[in-house]
Design a protein around this ligand. Sequence first.
Ligand code: DQA
Length: 147
Amino acid sequence: MKILVINGPNLNMLGIREPSIYGDRSFAALERFIKDSAAELGVEVSLFQSNHEGEIVDVIQSAYGVFDGIVINPAAYTHTSIAILDALKAVGLPTVEVHLTDPETREPFRRVSYVKPAALATFAGYGFDSYSRAIRHLAGLAATKQG
Ligand code: DQA
């Protein structure tokens, strides 16, 4: 199974960015963690990060027919982007939304997720483990389908 993991704006600043909220581990550490988690589950993983909404839309579109599922942390675009929601709906791939923190417990403007309607599940507030939970979720669905 092939999963595309997409990270949105400012996640490349992990470790530097508001460490009291996001922790002191770097984005490179997150990427290593995702690769190791996928390998443990026998899942092939590709990683993509962008600070640009249109690039995220492009990569979602190009996942069609190539990947079996998407794990996405749209970061701030979670709370603003109908374009990312529409792209996820357009390709129709099994998608799981992830967040390092739990946006529901933060500022009111983070309580809305535009992406949620396109996601089978959301894992939020588990730090790096949100990603391993999401990959496990998609791998479990694939295993159920194969019987
Ligand atoms: C985030 C939560 C968002 O509200 C925020 O804009 C981010 C990161 C998270 O992973 O906790 O950039 O998606």
